[in-house]
Ligand binder design. Sequence first.
Ligand code: 4AD
Ligand code: MG
Length: 463
Amino acid sequence: MEKTQQIKTILSEKPVNREITVRGWLKSKRDSKGFSFLDVTDGSCLNGLQILADSSLSNYHSDISRLTTGCSIEARGLLLPSPAKGQTVELHAKAINVYGWAPPESYPLQKKHQSFEFLRSIAHLRGRTNSLGAVARVRSRLSWAIHQFFQERGFFQIHTPIITTSDCEGAGEMFTVTSLDLQKLPVAGGAVDYCQDFFGRQASLTVSGQLEAEAYALALGNVYTFGPTFRAENSNTSRHLAEFWMVEPEMAFCDLENDMNIAEELLKFLIRDCMENCAQDIDLFARFVDKNLTAKLLNVVQYDFIRISYSEAISKLEKADMHFTFPVAWGIDLQSEHERYLAEKLFQRPVIVTDYPKGIKPFYMRLNDDGKTVAAMDILFPGIGEIIGGSQREERFELLKNRMEESGITLENYQWYLDLRRYGTVPHAGFGLGFERIIQFVTGMGNIRDVIAFPRTPGSASV
Ligand code: 4AD
Ligand code: MG
């Protein structure tokens, strides 16, 4: 099969008076006397290419006149300047072949507007719509930009395991991975005997690559992971998935301050990159999904993020002239209503909250000198809430061991992690960026299920 140019390239280079071939799917067809206009997309960009199909084509009556939305075709012809408004070039077809039909009586993607809820029920086809296609392109660009950001700064990518025996966040929200026969589970002492399982112990899908990334930060300096993570938490919200992707940089010889600086730089870099390189798709979201999108994006890239401590945040919340469902007091975990108040009402821009009480944060965060708080930082975004969670890690052996014991962690399973403090320990820090949450912010999409191709949420994993 001859190599075809993508419509994106054709529309940007406009090689008029040259013969070209395009392949793609029909978005719509308009018939006139003696010819038809076909609007064809190949997914490479939002715009389709207009194809003029004259009734003198040999298969005009047998094929072309029967084309409907969703049919796949190949068209060869001359690219010429278009006399009509709406496009600068159009293809005058010399030959059109049909690859596949899409019977309109059953093809679910017709031209009319379809809700995101409905599109979720046909996840395997929704990438063909303008909006979900644009999300997929933005997602791909952001993924590339993440690698670019870290690679340009000398970070090494580490592939951390998906199957793990460590619970990084210690929240007990892990999916067990087993090859045991669920109808005949081996039992020892009243509990499932995982010694007989595939790995000889209980294993799970990872909730984070952080602990393993720490091992490599203490070998290569600056590293990052970027992969899928899994949480069996029963959160049915527009911000939670059971399977989501996370970017986790980990930096040796780094404190909380530098950790925050890198995180802020990364978020601004990603948003700027998308505004530049996905302008057409972002414009679609600004027109049809969130009218204030451009202002919201600029608001993040143009100003410094607010940085306040958890204790300051609590006192601001206590003084707020707003009723919260969850009462505010020092020691509580910030709820989404509190996060929204800070980022959307009070400061109206991203807020980095630091130094949380140790009781509401995982064991690995570094204890501050006050003995009550840890060197944690969460970045809260307007409209999103927490987009990044990070911390300086506890690098002191005794203190880490104490916190692990306090948290009820089985030390036996974490000797390897303690080794990192036994041998050549150094101050280090890192954070986790929820990949879908940054895509939500950049696209303005309200529901996280619409920024990942095949979402997994409680009660739902079709396709
Ligand atoms: O705050 P979290 O739980 O932090 C960690 O997992 C650390 N190990 C990261 C680190 O320091 N290396 O998760 C990090 C981010 C959150 O801020 C949020 O953006 C996203 O991951 N996230 C989720 N995104 C979608 N669905 C979920 N269920 C998420 N849980 C967390
Ligand atoms: Mg968090």
